[in-house]
Design a protein. Sequence first.
Lengths: 337, 413
Amino acid sequence: MMQLLSKQKFLFLFGILLVVTPFVVTNRFYLNIFILILLYATIAGSWNILGGYGGQLSLGHAIFFGIGAYTSTLLYLNFGVSPWLGFIIAAVISIVVGILIGWPAFRLRGTYFTLTTIAFAEVIRHLTLYFRDVTKGAIGVNIRFEPSFANLIFREYSAYYFVVLVLFVISIAIAIWVDKTKVGYYLKAIREDEDGAETLGIHVTKYKMIAMVISAGMTGIAGVFYAQYMLFFEPISVFNMNFSIEIALIAIIGGVGTVFGPVLGAFIIIPLNELLRSSFPSLSGMNYLIYGVVLILIVSFLPNGLLPILKSIPKKLKGLNKKNIKVEDGEKVDYSG
Amino acid sequence: MKKVASVIMVGFLLLLSACSGGASGDGEGSGKSGTLKVGALYPLSGGLALLGEESFRGAELAIEEANKNGGIAGGKKIELVKGDAVDADAAQAEANRLINQENIKTIVGSYSSSIAFAASEVAERSGVLYWELGAVSDTITDRKYKYVVRTNPPASYFSKVHVDFIKEIVTKKLGKELGDIKVGLAYEDSTYGTTIADEAAKLAKKEGINVVTKQAYSAASNDLSSVVLNLKKAAPDVLIAVSYLNDAVLLARQSEELGLKVPVFVGSGGGHTMTDFEDAMGEKANGILNIDFPQYQINREATPGIEEFMALYKEKYGEDPRSGHSLTNYMGMKIVLDVMDKVGEVDPDKLKEEALKYTADPGSTVTGWGVEFDQDTGQNKLGQPYVHQWLNGELKTVWPENVAVEEPQIANK
């Protein structure tokens, strides 16, 4: 039987694999998929802090993604500000916007909070279209391909890969920190029973706001990377509600409220999407059909996502062995409420 | 937690090995066994699929025709590999696939400007030649990329035809001086509408034409009455509209209801070109002018080969062309094939060099356009949209005279 790995060994090996990936995968088509996986894992991980741990189901995270992309790119194009600096500025602006949205929206619960986030995303998209003197409106923003380190534009995809890998590692580190400290425990308490948490003395709004700040900031940073990687984006591509849904979906499919759930989700959803599209070149639209069916199956049969199921497999194996039984450190989350 | 580890690990290893296998698998795809590979990126599913598919058919037909006639460059066949570029993200991924998986050195596209932007970025980075055959955003060629060439006229040429038409025809028909003509603009607020309208307003002002109102609206809007009432207040002689289908119909219907009468109504392709517009409006569509890529009611002498194209289309797809998009892409693809024929291979640098030398006289291509590429930007300077008019249920070319089949009918009220 396969030797089961300890968590530390796993993280170490996983890290090594991620580092060697661009040296093994030299084909840009596949490397592009790996870059997208890490990018979406980062964003879904950020979403997970607010949506998974805090239970605040946001379907407006495209706001921060778009703000990140627009902030750094407009600064770069108009004032020559390096996107490296843009990372920080974009994070700050995303956080400010996140707080401004959280202020009214956190007074609402459940579906009403979700609807508010959707509304904010739509408003911001329309504002971007309206102020076209600044944002170039619907035409979108095109960054000239002038590769240099300061411009954060590279000819080689492997350079992008390492940039997004760093972002990914940061997001995992933050998620682990949240998971292990009282912030995470408080957020889970708020998710399970907001009134109960308040009664116990948890400053509910403060901790929701902390989750929002982390979530918005990281998503904004991911937006900067997206802009520098794609070199073209438009309001419809970055402030898109489908995007907000997709990142929530990645986290939900993988398993919300866990550190590695969104990572697992990204490793499943992104390749599924990309490889399916290229698998049916003569049957346009077939990929969407299969993609849809797979998602329906996962959500119908595994409402807690895939991670809890994966976790239960070795547990069962151990149950057979009747020894060395430990309590699992993950937990299940009910998203129906 | 820790046991999940091994499962994820195995999955990751599998993925990694699958990917690295593909990298070395294909080998040289072009030049071998006498075929030349061309990639095609169009939206073939999703919201843009209707006209994306129509555009793709034009490119496909040109290649089939060339293969049927014995291939190019001394009998080499052309293999068309298509990618479904639903949106900018998909275009980026598909361009990467064509270049790295299929080993393609020449890509054509794309119908939509955002797809063109995303795909051409990848092409430029990879040193692969990207031919735009249909998307109109000026920026695509204004960037002066090394590996971007465009055969069709950009949006600003639409605006120029709008203004030229007012200058040459409308002034005479209405019996007014250029300075006395009041122009109103109503346009949807995405790339398509804003590019054409902004440029038209700029050109009109330069010519001393009075632009009395500019009304932007969302194409998804259910009510354009405020737009119509503002137009009514401004009472333009000429209304330039840039609309997709639903909003074009809505604008026309609500103008009728609210009593807006404009002597000269000129659309800018999009919804005003489509037979669905005529179906929805019936009689009311009669007389509406429209500036667009060449359509099929056109002077055959100025557009040699158009009959053959229509016959070929009917034979292959069992229906008449649904719009001029296929014709425009067919014309562009023929230029690509001509250039490839001369070079005999798909080396991007040689193709670009040969393309910049390529010329054709106006009136010698199937769209009636000439070909001469701007040496800096790669933009074909001799393409232009034409003015059409809905007359008794048919969209007829009315201006310029060399391609017209009817005189533009403008009532002097």
